[in-house]
Design a protein around this ligand. Structure first.
Ligand code: KG4
Ligand code: ZN
Length: 345
C-alpha cells in the first residue's frame, strides 16, 4: 500500500480529539493532533459525567475536525479515509464520534474505519517509533490495565490484567479522597514527589499470587482507612497528604513493576526474537512508574518504549494510525458500523 492520509476521531471518554496522519504501517507522521479536554466541565462533579461528556463531544467534534484539517494544511478532498473510535467507552461519546465520522465519510465519499480505542493505545509504539511486531505492551489507563503481546493490528494476546479497578481510576479516586483536582494522576504524582513513600505501608495486592493479574481496589480502601486515621477534626495536614500520595504511588509502582517482570518472563518464552516492552495509556505519563518499568525492561534485556506524554493520554493520532493499519490489512467498514460500549481486544 502506498502512503495514505487518514483523518482520525476520538470521543470515547472525556477528551474530544481529531488528528491527521500520513504514511504507511510502521512509517507514519502526525500532521496534526487536536485534543479538546473537558476537565472543567466535569470538575464540579468529581468525575466524568457521561451525559455532559456526550453533549460536549457532540458540540466540539466539528470544530476539532476543522482545526485538525487546517493545522495539517489539508482539505477533505486530500484525505483517504476516516477512522473513528467505535468503542469501548462511554456510549454517548462513542456514538457522537461514530455519527460524525459517518457524516464526513458519506459527505466526502471516503472509506470509514472503526477502531478499537485499546488498539489505538496498543499500536502507539508503531506510530511513534515504528516498532516491529511483536512486542510486549503494558496498557495502563483510567479504564484499563492489561499485558498484551501485540503481533498485528488485530492480533493481541492477553497475558493478564486487572481483576477490578484500573490504576488510573485508583489515582483518580485517591485524588478525590484527598481533595486534589481531577484527573487524579498528575495531581497525585505532584504531591507524591514531596512525600515519604515509606511512612504508610500500603498493601501490594496479588503479589502473593502467580501470574500477571492485578488488583487496585483494595489500595483505595487502605488509603481511605489510613487517611481517616491521620485526619484531625476532619482536616488533613499537607505533610500527611503528600506522604499518603507517595505511599499510594509507591504501592502502584511496585505492583506494576513486579507484574511486568512476570509478563516479560512469559513473553520471552514465546517471542524471544523481538525483546521490546512498550507502555501506553494515561498512567504511562507517570514519571516514577515509567522509570520503574524502564528499569525492569533493562534488567531483563528488553528495549523500552514510552510514547511522549501527549500520545500516552487519549488522542486521535493513535486512532488515525490504527485506522491506517486496518486499512492496509483490508479491514474497512461501512455505514453499518456500530458504536460498542464494550469491546474487548
Ligand atoms: O488513556 P487515558 O487518557 O484515558 C483512558 O482511556 O482511560 O487515561 C486517563 C487516566 C486517568 O485516570 C488519569 O488520572 C491517568 O490516566 N493519568 C495518570 C497520570 N496522567 C494521567 N496517572 C498517573 N500519573 C499521571 N501522571
Ligand atoms: Zn485511553
Amino acid at each position: 500500500m502506498g502512503e495514505r492520509v487518514i483523518l482520525g476521531l476520538e470521543s470515547s471518554c472525556d477528551d474530544t480529539a481529531a488528528a491527521v496522519i500520513r504514511g504507511t504501517p510502521g512509517a507514519a507522521v502526525i500532521l496534526s493532533s487536536v485534543v479538546a479536554g473537558q476537565a472543567d466541565l466535569h470538575a464540579p462533579f468529581g468525575g466524568v459525567v457521561p451525559e455532559i461528556a456526550a453533549r460536549a463531544h457532540a458540540e466540539k467534534l466539528d470544530g476539532c475536525v476543522a482545526q485538525a484539517l487546517a493545522e495539517a494544511g489539508l482539505t477533505l478532498d486530500r484525505i483517504d479515509a476516516v477512522a473513528v473510535t467505535a468503542g469501548p467507552g462511554l456510549i454517548g461519546g462513542v456514538l457522537s464520534g461514530v455519527m460524525c465520522a459517518k457524516g464526513i465519510a458519506a459527505g466526502a465519499g471516503l472509506p470509514l474505519i472503526g477502531v478499537n480505542h485499546l488498539a489505538g493505545h496498543a499500536l502507539t509504539p508503531r506510530l511513534t517509533d515504528g516498532a516491529d511486531y511483536p512486542y510486549l505492551m503494558l496498557l495502563v489507563s483510567g479504564g484499563h490495565c492489561q499485558f498484551l503481546i501485540v503481533s498485528g493490528p488485530d492480533d493481541f494476546r492477553r497475558l493478564g490484567g486487572t481483576i477490578d479497578d484500573a490504576p488510573g481510576e485508583a489515582f483518580d479516586k485517591t485524588a478525590r479522597l484527598l481533595a486534589l483536582p481531577q484527573p487524579g494522576g498528575p495531581s497525585v504524582e505532584a504531591e507524591a514527589a514531596l512525600g515519604d513513600p515509606g511512612r504508610f505501608p500500603f498493601p501490594r495486592p496479588l503479589l502473593d499470587r502467580p501470574g500477571c493479574d492485578l488488583s487496585f481496589s483494595g489500595l483505595k480502601t487502605a488509603l481511605l482507612r489510613t487517611r481517616d486515621a491521620v485526619m484531625q477534626d476532619g482536616r488533613l495536614k499537607r505533610s500527611d497528604r503528600v506522604d499518603l500520595c507517595a505511599g499510594f504511588q509507591a504501592a502502584v509502582t511496585e505492583v506494576l513493576a513486579e507484574k511486568t517482570r512476570r509478563a516479560i518472563a512469559e513473553y520471552l518464552v514465546s517471542e524471544p526474537e523481538t525483546p521490546l516492552l512498550a507502555v501506553a495509556g494515561g498512567v504511562a505519563a507517570n514519571r516514577p512508574i515509567r522509570a520503574a518499568l524502564e528499569r525492569v525492561a533493562q534488567e531483563n534485556g528488553l528495549a523500552f518504549l514510552a510514547p511522549p506524554l501527549r500520545l500516552c493520554t487519549d488522542n486521535a493520532a493513535m486512532i488515525a494510525y490504527a485506522g491506517l493499519e486496518r486499512m492496509a490489512a483490508g479491514a474497512v467498514d461501512d455505514m453499518t458500523l456500530v458504536a460498542r460500549p464494550r469491546w474487548p481486544l
